[in-house]
Design a binder for this molecule. Structure first.
Ligand SMILES: C[S@@+](CC[C@H](N)C(=O)[O-])C[C@H]1O[C@@H](n2cnc3c(N)ncnc32)[C@H](O)[C@@H]1O
Length: 144
């Protein structure tokens, strides 16, 4: 927000608690009209189409019900040539995250290959990825 002083951020989460926490944390930006926190499900986004320059997903796609469908929803709200960035602390193969996957119902740790495949199926292009040199942290970026 400091680097892009004219930017407006719209945050979406389907959990009451996450919406409340995000609202509290971002209160000053909400008050000056630079941030909006909404409750919503990424599998059925009720946001204006082709409006946003950038969409980000930090530590959340593990829980999305169907990557290709949800990535399609993200594509729908991005402008042409907009970007989508995914950051995960799991690369889909690390033992710690796979242990959580076995415990948390509905959680899925995706590999870069599976994420890339779903992005391409949802009509994204120019997919790039980075992997931390020693930790299972990944970033995947794609263009609409
Ligand atoms: C591990 S938390 C990460 C939260 C935040 N992005 C961060 O980095 O601190 C995962 C979040 O994804 C949200 N989430 C999971 N599935 C979702 C869906 N289908 N639609 C919207 N939010 C979802 C959960 O409610 C939760 O707040």
């Amino acid at each position: 927000m400091k680097r892009y002083p004219k930017a407006h951020v719209t945050a979406v989460d389907y959990s009451d608690l996450s919406v409340a926490k995000a609202t509290e944390y971002n209160r000053s930006m909400i008050e000056v009209g630079r941030c909006t926190v909404l409750q919503g499900d990424v599998s059925d986004l009720k946001l204006p189409e082709e409006k946003y320059d950038l969409a980000t997903a930090f530590e959340t796609i593990y829980f999305w019900p169907g990557l290709e469908k949800c990535f399609g929803q993200v594509a729908k709200i991005l402008k042409k040539d907009g970007y989508f960035m995914i950051c995960n602390e799991s690369d889909g193969t690390d033992a710690v995250s796979l242990k959580f996957e076995g415990i948390i119902s509905g959680m899925k740790c995706h590999t870069v290959e599976a994420i890339t495949e779903a992005l391409i199926a949802a009509d994204f292009s120019e997919v790039r990825s980075d992997h931390h040199p020693s930790k299972p942290w990944i970033t995947v970026i794609a263009k609409k």
